[in-house]
Structures are given as structure tokens and as C-alpha cells.
Design a protein. Structure first.
Length: 140
């Protein structure tokens, strides 16, 4: 459990560190300031990197428990990936592969939240924080 004074102290320390207010009062509550909104994606990435580091450390300590989490749109998950995953499992039997099939918005969200290691989402997403690679083409 986190107490309100410790949250306030942490926010104050963050604001001192970056030199600007990240939250502002709104009635009895608070909301992100414009600077806080700008800072949020970077904070999310840092937390994601920390989680990646935690997972890497655990995998290094327990190398037999490795996993690959894939989020894919329907077409890729149902028609393209099964033979690819079958071959992958033959080559890397020690890696557990988890596949979740959903719509494109959810695929990208899972990657953003680091709930998936790889997202196969159809059309390449245009954003500075994303990298995409052509995986398959139908030739149409």
C-alpha cells in the first residue's frame, strides 16, 4: 500500500529533478500538467525498460524458463504464424511461445504496455517511438 504523503513526496522529488511541475490541482484532485503530459511517454518507456531489465535478469538466472509473447491481428495469427511458430518451436524448444490474436488497436496497445514482445499488426504504424519491419507481403 502506498500512502498519500509518500506519493506527494515522490511527485515533489520528480518535479525538483526535472525542474517543472508535472501535476496541477483540479478541485479536490490532481491532473497532469502540460509538462506532465509531455513527460508521461518517457516515464512509460523508462518503466518498460526497467521491466525488460527485470525479465532479462530473471531469465539469465533461470535460463530454462524463457518466453516469447506475440500479439497478432486475426489474419496473421490464424494463417501466417502457425507454420512460423511451429518451426520456431522446433528450433527453440526451451522458449515458451504465447500468442494472442486480437484487433490491430489491441496489438499495438499490448506492445506499448510491454504485454507483448512482438506485435504483428498489419499496416505499419507511423510514430517516432515505433520500429516496424515488413514481415509478409501478398504481392497485391
Amino acid at each position: 500500500m502506498v500512502t498519500q504523503p509518500s506519493v506527494s513526496s515522490s511527485i515533489a522529488a520528480l518535479e525538483r529533478e526535472i525542474g517543472t511541475k508535472v501535476v496541477e490541482r483540479q478541485g479536490r484532485g490532481i491532473r497532469l500538467s502540460q509538462a506532465g503530459e509531455a513527460f508521461l511517454p518517457f516515464a512509460s518507456r523508462v518503466l518498460g525498460l526497467l521491466e525488460d531489465g527485470r525479465v532479462a535478469a530473471i531469465e539469465a538466472a533461470n535460463s530454462e524458463r524463457r518466453e516469447l509473447r506475440i500479439a497478432a491481428v486475426n489474419t496473421a495469427g490464424e494463417y501466417i504464424l502457425p507454420p512460423v511458430l511451429h518451426a520456431f518451436r522446433r528450433g527453440y524448444p526451451e522458449i515458451a511461445v504465447y500468442l494472442e490474436i486480437s484487433n490491430q488497436a489491441r496489438v499495438f496497445r499490448q506492445v506499448e504496455l510491454r504485454d507483448a514482445d512482438i506485435g504483428i499488426g498489419g499496416v505499419r504504424r507511423r510514430a517516432a517511438s515505433w520500429t516496424g519491419r515488413l514481415f509478409w507481403t501478398t504481392g497485391w
